[in-house]
Ligand binder design. Structure first.
Ligand code: 4NP
Length: 160
């Protein structure tokens, strides 16, 4: 069975769709599309049904990465479906931690930047929503560095 990964931010229109697109890109390059399933969600529902933010889509496109999907709210039941629930920041990790009603669920919860050994412990992917274009470039780069580390972690852990 495939390893299942869901990236989670607040709105599911900026950071987590970027993380999803970047990770999908790396997984595709590695020839592991059949082995790793990828999704994203938000802890909030304000943007449910919307496509990724145009600024996030543009920043990703400049780097050759396509963003796709529609925003949805993360559900407690997602803990049953996914093996890795990857929070973009500590505030969202807190919300997700409260939704993890079993020890097994709690063990599935990770912080995105924890997979980037260059970043400091507890570091977040900053929310770019109210900022300028450069914030989206930064989010892309952070997601790329973290996603590379996540892929190495999954390949090692699951023998892929
Ligand atoms: P995201 O960014 O959590 O990276 O998708 C945001 C999107 C929308 C809002 C905040 C952050 N908002 O307040 O509507």
């Amino acid at each position: 069975m495939a390893v299942r990964v869901v990236f989670v931010c607040l709105g599911n229109i900026c950071r987590s769709p970027t993380a999803e697109g970047v990770f999908r890109h790396l997984v595709s390059e590695a020839g592991l599309v059949e082995k790793i399933d990828i999704d994203s969600a938000g802890t909030g529902a304000w943007h449910a049904g919307e496509a990724p933010d145009k600024r996030a889509t543009a920043a990703a496109k400049r780097q050759g990465v396509k963003l796709a999907g529609r925003a949805r709210k993360f559900q407690a039941a997602d803990y049953e479906v996914f093996d890795y629930v990857v929070a973009m920041d500590s505030a969202n990790r807190e919300v997700l931690a409260e939704m993890a009603v079993t020890e097994a669920y709690a063990r599935k919860l990770f912080l995105m930047r924890s997979f980037d050994e260059q970043s400091s412990p507890g570091a977040s992917v900053p929310d770019p929503y109210y900022g300028g274009e450069d914030g989206f470039e930064q989010v892309f780069d952070i997601c790329m560095a973290s996603a590379r580390g996540l892929l190495v972690h999954i390949r090692t852990t699951h023998g892929l």
